[in-house]
Design a protein around this ligand. Structure first.
Ligand code: R5P
Length: 281
């Protein structure tokens, strides 16, 4: 691996071999996802807690402070939308030259193994890896699953291994039973995708289980920015990923930080904040 590529990867995956990536790229096919309608407002308070941010180039340029130290993992595939019956029809949406201009630490592209567009998405990955090597930019392969596709260890191990064989430098996939089997057969670091919003404790438990079974961290979106307190949640996720906190400890931390943030809110003189006010934070 070239020095530049290693250097960029080390900004994302920290010296403990772990990372907490914050995924905010949902809009590339979902449009205004709940919690990201005003992406700038959502990203601003949590950005500094993320080891890396995963946005599209449109969101970087319009919603992310260019003076940030947080490395960007740029989503560079798309062309599909939630209205498609088959989501697999994706192409590369960003020239590597623009990724360099944006000073990204890595680029990310989805592959759809077993879908009608399997070959195209895999060849896109292979081409992106070639270009990544030319410019020293690592590639994250996202093992996407279609609306009706299985998320079991057999399928996800197949997708992750193919991604690594084609040269992906790290891979993002879903948690499932026998997750360890996927990790063991994937020769590059594997980060866990968060998936749809679940209760905060459950998301911390999911993170804990993935890390225990060998994940190099998480690339989590909705379970952070749709949490009751996104700032508290990302810190709780960090505690699990970087400090080995148990779900119970991390959930206590979440509640504690959430409470402190609520109590810091300014109150109108002589007026106690209503429960409706509190529920917004
Ligand atoms: C997946 O294809 C995209 O990268 C998603 O936007 C990302 O995985 C979403 O993260 P989460 O499922 O944790 O909201």
């Amino acid at each position: 691996m070239d020095w530049g590529l290693k250097n960029r990867l080390s900004r994302i995956i920290k010296s403990d071999g772990k990372t907490v990536m914050l995924a905010v790229d949902h809009g590339y096919f979902l449009g205004p996802t709940s919690g990201l309608e005003d992406a700038e407002k959502t990203i601003r308070p949590i950005l500094s807690y993320a080891d890396a941010l995963m946005p599209t180039r449109g969101i970087i340029r319009t919603c992310v402070d260019p003076s940030t130290d947080t490395p960007m993992v740029l989503r560079v595939s798309g062309g599909n939308s939630i209205l498609d019956e088959d989501l697999s029809n994706e192409g590369v949406t960003v020239a590597m030259e623009d990724a360099v201009r944006l000073n990204v630490a890595a680029v990310a592209l989805s592959i759809y193994v077993g879908s009608p567009n399997q070959k195209e998405t895999l060849l896109n990955l292979a081409r992106l890896v070639d270009e990544g090597h030319r410019y020293g930019i690592p590639v994250l392969a996202v093992t996407a699953v279609g609306k009706s596709m299985a998320r079991d260890a057999r399928y996800l191990a197949l997708s992750c291994r193919i991604a690594a064989e084609l040269g992906a430098h790290f891979v993002k996939t879903y948690y499932c039973d026998e997750f360890e089997r996927i990790v063991k057969s994937c020769p590059v670091p594997l980060v866990m995708a968060g998936g749809k919003k679940i209760p905060e404790y459950d998301a911390l438990e999911l993170t804990y289980n993935a890390i225990k079974q060998g994940a190099a961290g998480v690339d989590m979106g909705r379970n952070i920015f749709q949490a009751g307190s996104p700032v508290a949640m990302i810190q709780a996720v960090r505690a699990v990923v970087h400090e080995g906190a148990t779900p119970k400890k991390a959930f206590e931390l979440y509640n504690d930080l959430k409470k402190r943030r609520v109590s810091k809110k300014p109150r109108l003189k002589g007026v106690t904040a209503s429960s409706a006010d509190l529920s917004r934070h």
